[in-house]
Design a protein around this ligand. Structure first.
Ligand code: NAD
Length: 259
């Protein structure tokens, strides 16, 4: 099937689906200037030594790691980036009643900035816009903590209990919030179409969600620039830029509605 016919089929599946769940990853935000991890320009592809900064053990054990993480947070593009066509297209799908839940591995908040209803977004790997205390779980907006770093405190401690603080993002070796995992699982079990966009589908346990969807009888559609381990089992694989592909799907949905 050629690309246009495939996109038309996907638009028809979306129009006919009872419950669509989108699963997004770092690839939806690269066009906003936020690098992914594993793509050709990804953080770990170009600077593999940075991987250690995402380990919870390293963060807990090594003050140098914490200080480096806070310094890098100061210039994280997520704080200045805006939503791109992929975020806007997913928000438009939701506005038209085609999106039940959006599970995102991204921590940048750009789906909500792009207009997706925050109540429908499950930020399964947390958010960079908040900071939590690893001892007393106190959660605060990130801005004032970054101001402390700017003022010269290289590793600001929790003002309530003196514990270590970290952005409210899930590091390697750190458990996911069970209630968010449950929400993602429940939405997946109930969906008849999963749209995986801009994700390598290799980070667990999130990478199990497409398998859950398939085993529950749902169709899987993959929109990604590179291969994923699920390509063989997908109903359609659309290789290309997430924003361009999603806009093409929206255009076909328009023509279906006009027909
Ligand atoms: P990943 O880096 O493993 O994979 C991203 C995938 O997106 C790659 O396969 C790449 O080919 C593809 N891609 C890149 N640009 C694309 C585009 N414009 N259109 C279509 N596809 C594109 O990312 P992942 O699967 O999300 O998993 C990595 C982890 O990285 C996640 O846990 C996530 O929390 C974290 N992360 C988040 C951000 C963010 O919040 N924006 C950025 C980097 C990493």
């Amino acid at each position: 099937m050629d690309e246009t016919a495939l996109i038309r089929s996907v638009a028809t599946w979306i129009a006919e689906a009872r419950q669509v769940v989108a699963l997004t990853g770092a690839g939806v935000s690269t066009a906003s200037g936020i690098p992914d991890f594993r793509g050709p320009q990804g953080l770990w592809t170009t600077q593999p030594e940075k991987e250690r900064l995402f380990s919870l053990d390293a963060y807990l054990e090594d003050p140098e790691v914490r200080q480096q993480v806070w310094r890098l947070r100061l210039e994280n593009p997520a704080f200045t980036a805006g939503p791109n066509d992929a975020h806007l297209a997913l928000a438009e799908l939701e506005r038209r009643g085609h999106l039940h839940t959006l599970v995102t591995q991204n921590i940048d908040g750009l789906h909500q900035a792009g207009g997706t209803d925050p109540d429908r977004v499950v930020e399964i790997h947390g958010t960079i816009h908040e900071v939590e205390c690893l001892s007393c779980d106190r959660r605060v907006p990130v801005g004032p903590v970054l101001d402390e770093v700017r003022r010269g405190d290289p590793d600001p401690r929790c003002p309530s209990c003196g514990g270590l603080q970290k952005t409210a993002t899930v590091s390697f070796g750190q458990s996911l919030d069970p209630s968010l995992l449950q929400r993602a699982h429940d939405a997946t079990m109930g969906c008849d179409l999963m749209l995986a966009v801009g994700t390598s589908l290799v980070v667990h346990p999130v990478a199990l969600l497409p398998r859950t969807a398939l085993e529950a009888g749902a169709r899987l559609v993959i929109v990604n620039a590179e291969e994923t381990p699920y390509d063989d089992r997908a109903g359609a694989v659309l290789r290309g830029d997430a924003g361009e592909v999603l806009n093409a799907i929206l255009a076909h949905l328009d023509s279906l509605q006009q027909a």
